[in-house]
Design a protein around this ligand. Structure first.
Ligand code: NAD
Ligand code: DAU
Length: 359
């Protein structure tokens, strides 16, 4: 691997992955971050990396994965040999309100990337298209059982259907045209730089502001939580050791009911920033803000990943303990007030035009 194209590198997991490549691996090549900068893309997520490596080993291209010319030119310009494809519309609630964007980016965008990758690939052995996907393609579990790599697909939201479709296209390009590829299907991530529409950062920031903590339905839906850096190390392991054409499940082996998560966030916050010293709480405890609200339509009940394959075949394992990593994440949101403020007031959208000349 010499030149890696990361799509969606300005988002939550993509930016953590780019930082991981620079700080935690022996990768010495170039990284091109190709991102449209939708509401979820924030270049401030990578300001430390840009300061050190921009123009040397780190390059940012503002572009849409649906733009075939721009994608092809970027492949050529940087002689890309590895694609790590994160770019997507990622939020289930938004897919319920406006599925069109999900079909466009997740399906058509992936298709455009695949077509360009196939045109650019010259039967070179070192080439790889790694597609980052989700456990939601497998559907919803009852009280028992796990998702395996060969679990039949049963997506149930516009988001998961669009991701399932993109997974099928990636496999089709491998089986039909021989494009070298791997896929990973991962469970719920948490950690720094996550946009505060997702459960954990939303609960942290709402609690600190004394706002309600909306728990959908009975709060007993189960997710399998993985610290984002463990996801990054799993993808890196697949890039280094994964077999062409294979799919790997990645999970935290850390199932929690949503209500458990919300209560834990409240109790850690009481230790890190006591409600009694937070004037906006007005005498309330953080847990007093928990409010059960109308359920998400079609809300999948339980996700749980079996990730024995990546563990046994590639030697990957999780390194982060949930309670400690959640505390670190909460501290990150308490300490990074500038990031939080700019995301909350929308000023992060202006950061780009101040810091980059866009041609
Ligand atoms: P995110 O929403 O934080 O970031 C998505 C990024 O993609 C943003 O930077 C956005 O600007 C960019 N983008 C969106 N549309 C684009 C387009 N048309 N062209 C170029 N860039 C575009 O998402 P995330 O949570 O970091 O998720 C990254 C990937 O991982 C997604 O493919 C998602 O399906 C998958 N995934 C996420 C999780 C999770 O828990 N967050 C779990 C499993 C898999
Ligand atoms: O499983 C992997 C998926 O995890 C990824 O593919 C998606 O990109 C990512 O967004 C995430 O999807 P979820 O729908 O599981 O994440 P979210 O943070 O939106 O919700 C987590 C759970 O918490 C879910 O059961 C819904 C519930 N929830 C969520 C929000 C935002 C609430 O109860 N209240 C809320 O306000």
């Amino acid at each position: 691997m010499k030149n890696i194209l990361v799509t969606g590198g300005a988002g939550f997991i993509g930016s953590n992955f780019i930082r991981y490549l620079f700080n935690d691996t022996d990768f010495k090549g170039r990284i091109v971050n190709y991102d449209k900068l939708t509401y979820a893309g924030n270049l401030a997520n990578l300001s430390d990396i840009a300061e050190k490596y921009q123009g040397k080993r780190y390059f940012f291209i503002k572009g849409d994965i649906c733009d075939a010319n721009k994608v092809s030119n970027t492949f050529k310009k940087f002689n890309i040999d590895t694609i790590v494809h994160f770019a997507a519309e990622s939020h289930v609630d938004r897919s319920i309100l406006g599925p069109e964007y999900f079909i466009k980016t997740n399906i058509e965008g992936t298709f455009t990337l695949l077509k360009s990758a196939l045109n650019f690939w010259k039967n070179d052995k070192g080439f790889r298209f790694h597609h980052v996907s989700t456990d939601e393609v497998y559907g919803s579990l009852g009280a028992r059982g796990y998702f395996y790599e060969n679990t039949p697909y049963d997506p149930r939201s516009p988001y998961s259907s669009s991701k399932a479709s993109s997974d099928h296209l990636v496999r089709a390009y491998h089986h039909t045209y021989g494009l070298p590829m791997t896929i990973s299907n991962c469970s719920n991530n948490y950690g720094p730089y996550q946009f505060p529409e997702k459960l954990i950062p939303l609960m942290i920031l709402n609690a600190l502001e004394g706002k309600n903590l909306p728990v959908y339905g009975d709060g007993k839906n189960v997710r399998d939580w993985l610290y984002v850096k463990d996801h990054c190390s799993a993808i890196w392991t697949i890039l280094e050791k994964g077999k062409n054409g294979e799919t790997y499940n990645i999970g935290g082996e850390c199932e929690k009911k949503n209500i458990e998560i919300v209560k834990k966030v409240c109790s850690i916050l009481e230790e890190e920033k006591p409600s009694s010293l937070n004037p906006v709480l007005d005498g309330k405890k953080y847990s007093d803000l928990i409010t059960f609200v109308k359920d998400r339509p079609g809300h999948d009940r339980r996700y749980a990943i079996n990730c024995d394959k990546i563990k046994k075949e590639l030697g990957w394992k999780q390194s982060f303990d949930f309670d400690l990593a959640l505390r670190q994440t909460i501290r990150w949101y308490i300490e990074n007030t500038d990031w939080v403020k700019s995301v909350k007031d929308g000023s992060y959208r202006k950061w780009l035009s101040k810091n980059y000349s866009l041609r």
